[in-house]
Design a protein around this ligand. Structure first.
Ligand SMILES: [Zn+2]
Length: 240
């Protein structure tokens, strides 16, 4: 009996020892995960502009904005997820967010944009990013630019960090982040967010860059770096 009791206490001792040893290790592992996942716990929506019957802006070679916004968003999704964020896209395919019975293209577009806003609101995001490309009649303009709602300080900081990283990493734009009051999505979504116009399809050189996987990855990585700085630093040096 005594021998059995001894074995019993010996086993308890071993179990206690294992618990004591493994507990700090577990804690250290959690700390490591948090340290190495700077965006863990963050919920993000990426909004690839346009889709389906709405191609968005178009280059002279027929390149459509909707194709590149989705690719950029997919690369950005990868970067954000690797850093621990929970990422949703407003669309994962070549489609818009309007219903089949929406009617004319302009009716579809207004239903589409309302549904994007609703989608982002429902996800209760920490922040969102809408991705677009520009095209204007003149071919001379080029360069990415990030826009924000000037009534939101957080949005302003997010947009400024993203624009700074685009400028530094890609070295092909001198534009600054810009506050605009009347962009529907920026105005309507409650959470902080920014709209990135990643470049001009109407500029031949920039269009070729925007079509390449390599440049899409670099653009997505720059936006990601801006997000990281926003999350860790919160206030852009120019806002202080
Ligand atoms: Zn667009």
């Amino acid at each position: 009996m005594i021998r059995k009791m001894k074995t019993f206490f010996w086993l308890i001792g071993i179990v206690a020892l294992v618990c004591l040893v493994s507990y700090p290790i577990q804690e250290a592992k959690d700390a490591w995960t948090i340290w190495s996942s700077p965006l863990s716990g963050k919920v993000v929506v990426l909004d690839p502009g346009h889709g389906g019957p709405d191609g968005g802006a178009e280059g002279s070679d027929g390149t459509q904005e909707k194709q590149i916004t989705l690719k950029l968003s997919r690369y950005l999704q990868d970067y954000l997820q690797e850093a621990g964020a929970l990422v949703y896209l407003t669309r994962y395919e070549d489609e818009d967010l309007s219903s089949d019975g929406a009617g004319s293209l302009s009716r579809r577009k207004s239903e589409d944009i309302r549904n994007r806003v609703q989608y982002i609101d429902e996800k209760e995001v920490d922040f969102y990013l809408s991705i677009h490309l520009n095209a204007i009649p003149s071919g001379q303009w080029r360069g990415a630019q990030t826009f924000y709602n000037p009534n939101s300080e957080e949005s302003e900081n997010l947009a400024k960090f993203i624009q700074s990283e685009i400028k530094t990493n890609l070295e092909n734009t001198t534009r600054e982040a810009l506050g605009l009051k009347n962009i529907y999505i920026l105005k309507k979504v409650e959470a902080p967010g920014a709209l990135v116009e990643a470049g001009f399809l109407s500029n031949d050189q920039e269009r070729e860059l925007l079509k390449s996987d390599d440049y899409q990855r670099k653009m997505a990585a720059s936006i990601y770096q801006g997000v990281l700085r926003f999350v860790t630093e919160r206030e852009h040096p120019s806002s202080k």
